[in-house]
Design a protein around this ligand. Structure first.
Ligand code: ISL
Ligand code: CA
Length: 546
């Protein structure tokens, strides 16, 4: 196995708008991130992934970019950005940027010119059709084609109508993107997380879809288009190959069978991808607000199969939540009586799997879903569109609210809970989105002051990962035989063997048939005095070394 810094790294995702407000306007900003760099250093993470801070009209909070080379004014200035980058590097950490190049904002200069006339040289930067060519739906509901009166034609937008899709068939588009990437790399950024990179090559015959499940539409029609690998290789040759950086592609619609095409050692494309199987396994045909049962056995199988599919010839990443999904402790753990235990168990899983772990801001505190009581409290365009569609369909919005409380992306986007002050210390002003009311018990200040906190548990796990290369490079083997409560696996190389035991349930879990002779306990999320040979307590997690 070839060693690389990005395989050994622990990534921390920052959603800047909700991280820390430094000037009282209620919106998180770059100076807020600078203020908290020592906190992140203390946690022990090495790579910060900064969600978009580029100039944007905020239809999708920064995932609709108006100017790729400017900082959005709410986040600060380019000087702030430069200072942030120095601050990150001074502390021995790295910074990767979000690269959103499947689409731009409709307010981007390219689109403004493109929509001017059919003859405009920018026309071909996007997809324009005289008639609506197919029945494609957008990710956030409704048609993926929007009629534009100015020229009487339709343009493609797989996300909102303020996010027109770029036409990667056009070499000038690609050159401009590569040049923009070099602009950021020449400033010294250490890589990119590439937004929906699996969607950049379109099926230009624009076939109709007749699949019921939107996830199938994404996988079979929108993603993995005919030229996606050609484009990624070209990008690699033109851009990445000139720098010591890392790339993580957001691989929506990429099945494990196709993963190595993106991240295979011999492919010259990306270093890692974020896969979605465990994130969408409980989405029904109607998507996240149409949830179905999630099987624990299936959950474990997804990790096993992705490891088998990728790890021999490439590299995985591991995450359990991000700015698009509910909080991991609320979703995969128990955020009521076992919040602490289950948050630590999930941390142990995240940091002991094979693949580069990515921690989403606030998970190190065990932050939970929010369940706002009213639709008016929600900010996300996906949730707002879902409500409109429900009402239009004559359905009861209160029923949707229950799903929204569990599955809305806003669960992850509530402001970081820094302390017990007003608005959790996130802002001196009034926050752009309400703080989760549980900040009196869940906040960074109390966590940092408590040696038994979730925060310090993450820190210990990161240290253990750094000190035990077997946790990075060792083989991964699931050993629980599809147990209904227990997730157990070993990590093994020539020198070491670690055994991880995770009780994913509110009940005791019998482990009397597991041989624990001669093993040494490295870490547990319970008091050692309460450790039992024959069972695990609810949500108990242990690492043993042989
Ligand atoms: O959250 C989703 C819809 O339910 C996901 O399918 C999401 O749209 C998908 O993961 C792509 O996400 C990325 O691109 C979007 C942006 O809204 C997300 O925040 C971003 O992570 C469009 O740029
Ligand atoms: Ca601010």
């Amino acid at each position: 196995m070839k060693k690389n810094w990005w395989k050994e790294a622990v990534i921390y995702e920052i959603y800047p708008r909700s991280f820390k407000d430094s000037n009282g306007d209620g919106i998180g900003d770059l100076r807020g991130v600078i203020e908290k760099l020592d906190y992140l250093k203390k946690l022990g993470v090495d790579v910060l992934w900064l969600c978009p801070v580029y100039d944007s009209p905020n239809d999708d909070y920064g995932y609709d970019i108006r100017d790729y080379r400017a900082i959005i004014k709410e986040a600060g200035t380019m000087e702030d950005f430069n200072e942030l980058l120095v601050g990150v590097h001074d502390r021995g950490m790295k910074l990767i940027m979000d690269l959103v190049v499947n689409h731009t904002s409709d307010e981007h200069e390219w689109f403004q010119k493109s929509r001017e006339s059919k003859e405009n040289p920018y026309r071909d930067f996007y997809f324009w059709k005289p008639e609506k060519p197919n029945n494609w739906q957008s990710f956030f509901g409704g048609d993926a084609w929007e009629y534009d009166e100015k020229t009487g034609e339709w343009y493609l937008h797989l996300f909102t109508k303020k996010q027109p899709d770029l036409n990667w068939e056009n070499p000038t588009v690609r050159e401009k993107i590569y040049s923009m990437m070099r602009f950021w790399l020449n400033k010294g950024v250490d890589g990119f997380r590439m937004d929906v990179i699996s969607l950049i090559s379109k099926r230009t015959d624009f076939p109709d879809t007749n699949l019921d499940n939107f996830a199938d539409v994404i996988e079979q029609v929108y993603a993995n288009g005919p030229r996606v690998h050609e484009f990624l290789r070209e990008m690699n040759e033109e851009v990445m190959s000139g720098y010591d950086i890392t790339t993580v592609g957001e691989a929506v619609g990429v099945p494990k069978e196709k993963a190595l095409l993106y991240v295979g050692d011999d492919r010259g494309e990306l270093n890692m991808i974020f896969q979605f199987d465990h994130m969408i396994m409980d989405s029904g045909p109607g998507g996240r607000f149409d949830p179905i049962h999630r099987s624990f056995i299936q959950f474990k199988k997804i990790f096993r199969e992705w490891d088998e599919a990728v790890s021999k010839k490439g590299w995985n990443s591991v995450y359990l939540d991000n700015h698009d999904y509910p909080r991991m402790v609320s979703r995969f753990g128990n955020d009521k009586i076992y919040r602490r235990e289950s948050a630590k168990l999930l941390a142990m899983m995240l940091l002991t799997m094979r693949g580069t772990p990515c921690i989403f801001q606030g998970s190190e505190l065990g932050m939970t879903n929010v369940a706002y009581p009213f639709f008016e409290d929600y900010r996300d365009v996906e949730t707002r569109h879902a409500k409109e569609a429900w009402v239009k369909a004559g359905k009861d919005p209160d029923e949707l609210l229950k799903y929204v409380q569990k599955y809305s992306r806003d669960n992850a986007r509530t402001p970081m809970q820094w302390n017990r002050n007003k608005h959790a210390g996130f802002t001196e002003g009034s926050p752009w989105m309400k703080v989760n009311p549980n900040y009196m018990t869940i906040n960074a200040k109390d966590s940092v002051n408590d040696q038994n906190s979730i925060f310090w548990f993450y820190n210990r796990l990161i240290t253990i990962r750094k000190n035990n290369p077997v946790l990075v490079y060792g083989e991964y083997e699931q050993t629980d035989g599809d147990h209904s409560q227990l997730f157990s696996y070993i990590r093994e190389d020539e020198d070491d063997l670690l055994h991880i035991l995770l009780n994913f349930s509110d009940e005791l879990c019998d482990i009397s048939d597991i041989n624990l002779e001669g093993v040494e306990l490295i870490l547990t999320n319970q008091l050692e005095s309460e450790l039992h040979q024959n069972h695990l307590l609810p949500w108990e997690a242990r690492i043993y070394q042989l």
